[in-house]
Design a binder for this molecule. Structure first.
Ligand SMILES: Nc1ncnc2c1ncn2[C@@H]1O[C@H](COP(=O)(O)OP(=O)(O)OP(=O)(O)O)[C@@H](O)[C@H]1O
Ligand SMILES: [Mg+2]
Length: 267
C-alpha cells in the first residue's frame, strides 16, 4: 500500500442509502422486484449475485442514472432520482467498463471533475490527480489515452478518477474484474483503507468472493431481481439457502474426463 495514502485528502461527510420498494421494468421485462435495502453511513456494503440478476441496474438507480418504475432510492435525505442531488453530494460511480473519455488523456480524465466543479487551482488539482494515480500505480500512464491502456489499466484509471472526486458516496461496479490477482488484492485494500480513513459509504457490486468476504460489513445477494439474502459475511460462510450456497461454492464434477486430472489435486 502506498504510504502517501495515509495522508489522504479524501475526507468529507458521507451518506447512507435507503432503497424502498424499488421495482424496475424495461418494457415488459421486470428486472428488479421489491428491493429494500438500508445501507448505513460509513458502511461497506457488497452486492453479489449471478450475471444478469439486476445488480448494475440497482447500482444505477442509486447513482440516479435510472428511473424507478416504482419505489424510491434516498441518499441521506436526498432523492437519488432528482438531478439536483448530484450537485449537492459528491457521488462517484466506478462503472463496470470504466467509462473513460476516449479523447482525453488519463490526466485530463482525472482532472475533469475538479476543474468543472472549480475545486481549487490547477496546482492543487494536479497534486490530487498525481496522488490518486500513485495509489493505483499508474504514474507512468498519466499522458496516455484510454485507447493505449489495457482493460485492467482502464479500470484502475476509473477508480483513480473516483478518488479524485473526493466522494461522499462511492459506488463500484465490479471493481476487480479484469484485474490480475495482485492488483485485485491491492484494490480490495484500497477500498477498505479509503473507508477507514474517510468513513465513506461504499457500495460494491462484485463477483469476487475474496473482495466481498474480506471487506464487506454486510452482504446482499440479488437473484432474479430480488434480494435473496442479506447479512454479515459470517452468515454466508456456510449458507443455509442452497441457491446461495451453490452460487458461492459451485459444485464442479472434478471427474469430468474433459478436465485435466491434476495429480495431487484435492489430496
Ligand atoms: N437499459 C436496459 N434496457 C433493457 N434491459 C436492460 C437494460 N439494462 C439492463 N437490462 C436488463 O436487465 C437485466 C439485469 O442487467 P444487469 O446489467 O443489472 O445485470 P448484472 O446483475 O449487473 O449482471 P453482470 O453480473 O453480468 O454484470 C438483464 O437482463 C439486462 O438485459
Ligand atoms: Mg453488471
Amino acid at each position: 500500500m502506498n504510504s502517501a495514502f495515509t495522508a489522504s485528502p479524501f475526507v468529507g461527510k458521507t451518506f447512507g442509502v435507503t432503497v424502498s420498494r424499488l421495482h424496475k421494468s424495461f418494457g415488459r421485462a421486470t428486472v428488479l422486484t421489491d428491493i429494500n435495502l438500508d445501507v448505513k453511513p460509513g458502511e461497506i456494503f457488497c452486492i453479489m449475485g449471478p450475471s444478469g440478476s439486476g445488480k448494475s441496474v440497482l447500482l444505477k438507480h442509486i447513482a440516479g442514472l435510472e428511473t424507478a418504475t416504482s419505489g424510491e432510492v434516498r441518499i441521506g435525505e436526498f432523492d437519488a432520482a432528482d438531478p439536483e442531488t448530484r450537485n449537492k453530494i459528491h457521488l462517484a460511480l466506478v462503472f463496470q467498463a470504466g467509462a473513460l473519455f476516449s479523447s482525453l488523456s488519463v490526466y485530463d480524465n482525472l482532472a475533469l471533475y475538479p476543474r468543472e466543479h472549480r475545486q481549487g487551482n490547477e496546482a492543487g488539482i494536479r497534486e490530487r490527480v498525481m496522488h490518486a494515480l500513485s495509489i493505483l500505480s499508474l504514474e507512468k500512464a498519466v499522458h496516455k489515452f484510454p485507447s493505449d491502456l489495457s482493460g485492467g489499466m482502464k479500470k484502475r484509471v476509473a477508480i483513480a478518477r473516483a478518488l479524485v472526486m473526493e466522494p461522499q458516496l462511492l459506488l463500484y461496479d465490479e471493481p476487480t474484474s479484469e484485474l490480475d490477482p495482485v492488483m485485485s488484492a491491492t484494490l480490495t485494500e484500497i477500498i477498505a483503507t479509503l473507508r477507514e480513513q474517510t468513513a465513506v459509504t461504499s457500495i460494491v457490486v462484485t463477483h469476487d468472493r475474496d473482495l466481498a468476504f474480506n471487506i464487506a460489513d454486510r452482504l446482499a445477494f440479488v437473484m432474479d431481481g430480488r434480494i435473496r439474502g442479506l447479512g454479515l459475511p459470517a452468515d454466508f460462510k456456510s449458507p443455509a439457502d442452497p441457491v446461495i450456497a451453490n452460487f458461492l461454492n459451485p459444485v464442479i464434477d472434478l471427474k469430468n474426463p474433459r478436465f485435466k486430472q491434476l495429480e495431487n489435486h484435492h489430496e
